[in-house]
Write a protein that binds this ligand. Structure first.
Ligand SMILES: [Zn+2]
Length: 136
């Protein structure tokens, strides 16, 4: 297993109704990515989909992917594409569940939002992940 220094939290910055399949298609066809953006993605019903083995490198945080596990919820923008924390209760619960599990496996990893990495001009994941998960 590679050394994991970060568990990074993301939003898709799409409608909450976006499907995992449509997001995967976007990465592949629009962005031309060979690997998925995240290891795990959680839809509005709280269903967790694993897109990539954690031993593999995903495409979530430029410059940090080799040391990061990327976790994401579907949503994060309002009807005008403005950043908003619109996680459903199910997503909140499953995010915490998943991040706790990952932290148990990688106890030295720092849990933080995409926006908490240096030089990131994004709102992603639209909430303060450091604060929310500081007890994990
Ligand atoms: Zn992000």
């Amino acid at each position: 297993m590679r050394k994991i220094n970060y568990i990074a939290v993301h939003c898709t910055a799409t409608a909450q109704s976006a499907t995992v399949e449509s997001i995967k298609r976007y990465w592949k066809e629009q962005l031309g990515w060979k690997s998925p953006g995240y290891h795990y993605i959680i839809d509005s019903k709280g269903e967790i989909t694993q897109l990539l083995d954690c031993a593999e490198v995903s495409n979530g945080v430029r410059g940090h992917n080799s040391e990061t596990i990327n976790v994401c919820y579907i949503g994060g923008v309002d009807g005008e594409n403005k950043p908003i924390d619109n996680r459903t209760r199910q997503q909140c619960g499953k995010l915490r569940f998943l991040i706790r599990k990952l932290k148990e496996l990688h106890s030295n990893a720092i849990i933080q939002g995409h926006r908490d990495f240096p030089n990131v001009a994004k709102a992603c994941p639209c909430f303060d992940a450091k604060e929310e998960y500081k007890d994990l």
